[in-house]
Ligand binder design. Sequence first.
Ligand code: USQ
Length: 382
Amino acid sequence: MRILILGGDGYLGWPTAMHFAARGDEVCVVDNYLRRTISQETDSDPLFRLPDLDERVAEFERHSGKTIKAIIADIAEFDQCSKIVEEFKPDTIIHYAEQPSAPYSMLNQPAAALTLKNNLGTTFNVIWAAINHNPKIHIVKLGTMGEYGTPNIDIEEGWLEIEHKGRKDKFLYPRAAGSLYHTTKVLDTDLLWFYVRTYNLRVTDLMQGPVYGLITPQNVGNEALFPNFHYDDIFGTVVNRFLVQAVAGIPLTVYGKGEQTRGYLNLNDTLQCVALAADSPVESGDLRILNQFTEQFTVNELAERVYDAGKNIGLEVEIKSIKNPRKEKEEHYYNAAHSGLLELGLEPNYMTKEILSEMLVHISAKKDNIETRKIMPRVSWS
Ligand code: USQ
């Protein structure tokens, strides 16, 4: 397949590019280094040195003998997006080209405006590039489980059948996101649904939970191919942060009561899920929504797991609740369906002590690079 990966420099984009290239697909990645720029501006650099895309592509070719084409361009600029789609002629577009941090979107008005404009703008441009050049392109869009929020009923996969005054219909599942970033994903879904039903586009929207992980089959033993691994309060996701905190000897930063529940998945399962979605394109006029996670945990349970993994390799880990910088329910019902990707063939890599311990060993090798000023929350929702 010809796979165009937008946001190909990111934590998920780069491993995805290597994954498809390794199995023989023709891969083109596009990125404008937005996340690199704003992580530098907010003093949130990642733990491992991050070669630029040209260097990574060259290193991947040396390492694997496979090629990836890299283009530095801004998908939020329609001319650039359109030209790339016209010239590369993808079968599938994997759309990660969004500002991915909830805390960044809550920093101040300029950060909120950037998040809104970029995230909606890239999705809108991808839609129009497909309409203009080939409406049969399968768009695989990365959404988020955070679109649903934490409702007091079971979360379904994208849709809900409702009976009202004796009549029934199916609607997008009600959404109530907890940050502006998550809200842009809700708006993306609405935009995609409008264009799917009006222009017969083909779209899969993947509602993903927080991801953890570092090593994939394509980067084993080659640090230059690692993804951008953040542990700061703005770009780091909770499990990756806890692992770095465990190595640094800082008490794990459980926000508030720690009973917030989310669906989590291993980075390698993201790669599987995106490939399964790409390999089973939907029909024209179809919006398929899949919930992309493998296990549900509370933050307290995550902290316990990191504590156990730390003990396993001789680290003394402390857990400490701190004031929650976010506005979110700290105790709530959570039961989310996630059978669609399993039915497509997903074989989960669950969060075992061994997997967390292996990550701790890699992080320990970079212990001297950990900058503890990046750990405590700097952005508050109120
Ligand atoms: N949390 C802590 N301590 C920390 C960091 C986070 O208790 O040090 C808590 C948060 O309050 C939250 C949960 O852990 O309840 C998850 O937080 P997170 O920072 O790992 O995830 P989030 O901000 O929701 O965003 C991440 C990705 C985002 C993706 C989302 C999936 O950055 O791109 O869309 O996970 S989900 O959370 O399902 O919406």
